[in-house]
Design a protein around this ligand. Structure first.
Ligand SMILES: [Mn+2]
Length: 350
């Protein structure tokens, strides 16, 4: 286990000791599955996915005022603005596996603070919090774990026993699970479920909180499962079109850049799949929106240090994991940023 047992107990007590929790979570499979696990356990409160930027800041103050929570949980969100924490009048519990960061006025749980290099995903940690009460939610945990390219042996084998059709014996690596199995398909469905209008996303989240088995979605066995499946299908078509486009991009050096204009944010999903298809490249996927590029970086070697150096003198920011991170760069600085990025990649090779 990534964190000591008593830590998981401590977080469970935080959950037990509140009546109306507000959950902020990253809108990817890891953040969403982490929220689902805690929400299905608690059966109270509400959740708000953090879309478009990997940061919880004062923009979200209004939502806190509306929800009037007695406790706030922040799941899989890499950054919290100290200004936001200073304004909170209720306890804030932050469970994450990025950074680690230092912030005041928050209870911060990160496996990296316990074991060096243990970046067990937020879902994996949340499963340890609730598993005794809800062992039947292992399939929910799998969505976040596989979605974050992780493959913890024991849990995977347990899941394989429960759902051999979703994770066949031959699948032994996270990328094979993500891109070549039914559990991987479910990860994509949940990813795509989170696109589009907030009203519809909330409806899907509400449905997902009642679903008992992954087959309800994959085989469309219940109205709730079918709704989520169909919603994902329509988004999937947009995604496939962009993926085809991205695959046709040629790059002469190590860096493969693909940018697009569009209403849906697919940078995480596209960059993951592009790295799977082009494992030797450093993948940069950007979506142009409101005068800036929202970016995802993927590489089989550390890319975060390159990103951080390339941001020197650039109007933008970035962060995340060593090999998978995100960022944002103003349009006016985009070309210069790319030059600096390529330059840093070259320097690294020398
Ligand atoms: Mn994560």
């Amino acid at each position: 286990m990534a964190m000591p047992d008593h830590i998981y107990d401590e977080i469970r007590k935080e959950l037990d000791g509140c009546k109306n929790p507000l959950f902020f979570f990253d809108d990817d499979p890891d953040g969403t599955a982490a929220f689902m696990l805690l929400y299905r356990y608690k059966q109270e409160g509400r959740g708000i996915p953090i879309k478009s930027a990997p940061m919880l800041d004062l923009k979200f103050l209004r939502m806190v005022e509306e929800a009037q929570p007695d406790k706030i949980f922040v799941l899989d969100v890499p950054m919290i603005d100290q200004g936001f924490l200073d304004k909170m009048r209720v306890p804030v519990i932050w469970i994450d596996h990025h950074g680690p960061f230092k912030r005041d006025r928050v209870k911060y749980y990160n496996p990296l603070n316990y074991k060096e290099k243990d970046n067990t995903c937020t879902t994996g940690n949340c499963y340890h919090i609730v598993k005794l009460a809800r062992p039947q939610d292992l399939w929910i945990a799998m969505i976040g774990i596989v979605g974050d390219w992780q493959f913890p042996k024991e849990l995977m084998e347990e899941f394989r026993k429960q759902y051999p059709d979703l994770l066949p014996k031959k699948i032994k690596t996270p990328d094979a699970a993500l891109f070549g199995s039914e559990i991987g398909k479910l990860v994509k469905i949940i990813s795509f479920m989170l696109k589009g209008s907030m009203a519809d996303v909330n409806k899907c989240l509400q449905y997902l909180s009642t679903i008992k088995s992954p087959h309800e979605i994959l085989r469309q066995e219940t109205p709730e499962g079918r709704y989520i499946y169909n919603k994902a299908q329509s988004v999937w078509q947009d995604y496939d079109r962009l993926l085809e486009h991205a695959k046709s991009k040629k790059s002469r050096d190590k860096v493969l850049v693909f940018t697009y204009d569009g209403s849906n944010s697919f940078t995480k999903e596209l960059s993951n799949e592009m790295l799977y298809l082009f494992p030797k490249k450093i993948i940069v996927v950007g979506r142009k929106k409101g005068g800036e590029y929202k970016l995802s970086f993927r590489s089989s070697t550390p890319v975060r240090p390159i990103l951080q150096k390339a941001l020197a003198g650039i109007d933008g920011y970035g962060g995340g994991h060593e090999n998978a991170c995100g960022g944002c760069v103003k349009e006016k600085d985009w070309e210069r940023f790319l030059e600096q990025f390529r330059e840093e990649v070259k320097k690294g090779k020398r």
